[in-house]
Design a protein around this ligand. Structure first.
Ligand code: FAD
Ligand code: SF4
Ligand code: SF4
Length: 479
């Protein structure tokens, strides 16, 4: 074992510097600085190089974390980058936005007595260093294959699959209905978690490596699914999930009650310099408003923190369970609290009130009852607990479901689950249609970037096997 390691006993955990709330509230830039070389080495050296590294087991990509920590501690950064990028197409993105407390870091064994190794921040540091030093190069396949793969969706799942397939020499075309590459990385997740040039840098690299992007192109509308299938040897569906879950309450139809993704997309577009009519008109702009966000997941946290940056008058988050039972990352809740967001735990809306436009939310208190069959305590309304919260912008962040893809694609043979997600065989990653594969949120339901990358990589392996088997069968038939 390397002598530099095992420093957790003497070195305390330290995250990269975080900008003060008062400063970071004024812009949409990321809130964490990069590690200095010295801090990255010191923090990486805290790893105890476990024989069974639970960090790695609990990373969806099974990243070889102990090895790249040791290489960082020894200042062998180019090797660290090679190891980190061997299993992850976008380590600098995952290092920034994975909920590490639930994945790698939450399972770091030294966490029991000492605080975990700062795995995500080191992963980001390694990859940013690699970009700075020019070690990150566009893909240059050793052979060019004639077969092409069509990928629907330029989110993390589609992009990871494209990268892997291009490395093997396939001709890859990604179709996306948006005007930019990145899916939720660009239009969902705000810049204070992931700055947009980080995503654009990857898009540029893929294009330089020969991946073709056809943007502003909606499959099922601009090109039929059947046409797409006829164009390519295989097709990957990586369309994500975008149908916002809704609540029907008295006043739901009032102006100023808006879905979370519309709100976040408008904000992201504005930051990217686009002209956004709904923002400029005030419909999707929190400036000067009393904002109430309903929900307790990562999307809700992104909305409250966006509203703060848009200079809302007040920002309140209503969540029906308590802090310990919220799905969002605890780190993000802390960040939101530091930035001045008020949390109303164990609270749910009963109605929205106003004359044409929402003016207040009538909220009720909740008691957590007996656990249901999933083990989660069931929220129960406390009678007579109504209270009125001023609100002239209400943002509904209640999660997402899959759109009706068989209908959108005009393909009734595409089998979906009872949740509307696309059903695949997890061995072959293939859907019910021959040569059609699926990956990411459209298979798992709303999930995480790192799972999208994992699925995209698995799909690329499966697509390669499928195309090569088809080619062998054709050769046999021809001979
Ligand atoms: P997406 O990223 O949704 O990409 C799908 C792409 O398909 C889109 O570009 C869409 O335009 C395109 N598309 C859809 N239909 C068509 C069609 N018919 N024709 C052409 N193109 C089409 N995860 C984390 O790990 N960390 C976070 O901090 C985090 N924060 C989040 C914050 C918000 C607000 C949201 C909404 C999600 C967040 N997530 C986070 C989840 C994460 O963004 C998703 O799990 C991930 O982006 C899914 O990747 P994907 O490639 O499956 O789909
Ligand atoms: Fe941790 Fe995510 Fe990196 Fe895996 S990809 S090591 S879970 S930050
Ligand atoms: Fe190092 Fe923690 Fe992983 Fe063990 S679990 S190898 S200490 S990072």
């Amino acid at each position: 074992m390397a002598s530099k390691m095992l420093q957790f006993v003497s070195e305390a955990k330290a995250m990269p510097d975080k900008r003060k709330a008062a400063t970071r509230k004024a812009d949409f830039d990321e809130i964490y600085a990069d590690f200095s070389a010295q801090s990255a080495e010191t923090q990486a050296a805290r790893c105890s190089q476990c024989g069974v590294p639970f960090c790695q087991v609990n990373c969806p990509l099974h990243n070889n974390i102990p090895d790249w920590l040791m290489l960082t501690a020894e200042d062998r950064l180019q090797e660290a980058y090679e190891v980190a990028s061997a299993t992850n197409n976008f380590p600098e993105i995952c290092g920034r936005i994975c909920p590490q407390d639930r994945l790698c870091e939450g399972n770091c064994v030294i966490e029991k007595g000492f605080e975990s190794v700062t795995i995500g921040a080191v992963e980001k540091y390694i990859t940013e260093t690699a970009f700075d030093k020019g070690w990150v190069k566009p893909v240059a396949p050793s052979v060019e294959l004639e077969q092409s793969v069509g990928i629907i969706g330029a989110g993390p799942a589609g992009l990871a699959a494209a990268d892997q397939l291009r490395r093997k020499g396939y001709q890859v075309v990604i179709y996306d209905r948006y005007d930019r590459v990145g899916g939720l990385l660009i239009y969902g997740i705000p810049g204070f978690k992931l700055e947009k040039d980080i995503v654009q840098r990857r898009a540029d690299l893929l294009a330089a490596g020969g991946v073709e992007f056809q943007l502003n192109c909606e499959i099922g509308k601009d090109i039929s699914f059947a046409d797409l299938r006829a164009r390519h040897a295989a097709v990957l569906i990586a369309t994500g999930v975008y149908k916002a879950r809704d609540i029907q309450l008295p006043g739901s139809g009032l102006d100023g009650v808006v879905p979370a993704l519309d709100y976040l997309t408008a904000s992201n577009r504005k930051s990217l310099g686009d002209k956004v009519a709904d923002f400029d008109s005030g419909t999707l702009n929190a400036e000067g408003r009393d904002v109430v966000v309903i929900g307790g997941g990562d999307t809700a946290m992104d909305c409250v923190r966006t509203a703060v940056r848009q200079k809302a008058k007040s920002v309140t988050c209503l969540y029906r369970r308590d802090r310990a039972n919220m799905p969002g990352s605890q780190r993000e809740v802390e960040n939101a609290e530091e930035e001045g967001v008020q949390f109303e735990w164990l609270s749910a809306p009963r109605a929205f009130d106003g004359d044409g436009r929402v003016e207040s939310v009538i909220a009720q208190s909740i008691h957590l009852g007996q656990p249901d069959e999933t083990g989660r305590q069931v929220p129960q309304i406390i009678d007579g607990s109504d209270r009125r919260l001023p609100a002239d912008l209400v943002i509904k962040a209640l999660g997402f479901d899959a759109e009706d893809l068989p209908a959108l694609f005009g393909e009734k043979d595409l089998t979906v689950t009872r949740w509307g997600t696309v059903q695949i065989d997890w061995q072959s990653m293939m859907t019910s249609m021959d040569g059609v594969f699926a990956a990411g949120d459209i298979v798992r339901g709303a999930s995480l970037v790192v799972w999208g990358v994992r699925d995209g990589r698995d799909a690329a392996v499966a697509i390669d096997s499928f195309i090569q088997a088809e080619a062998r069968a054709e050769n046999r038939a021809a001979s």
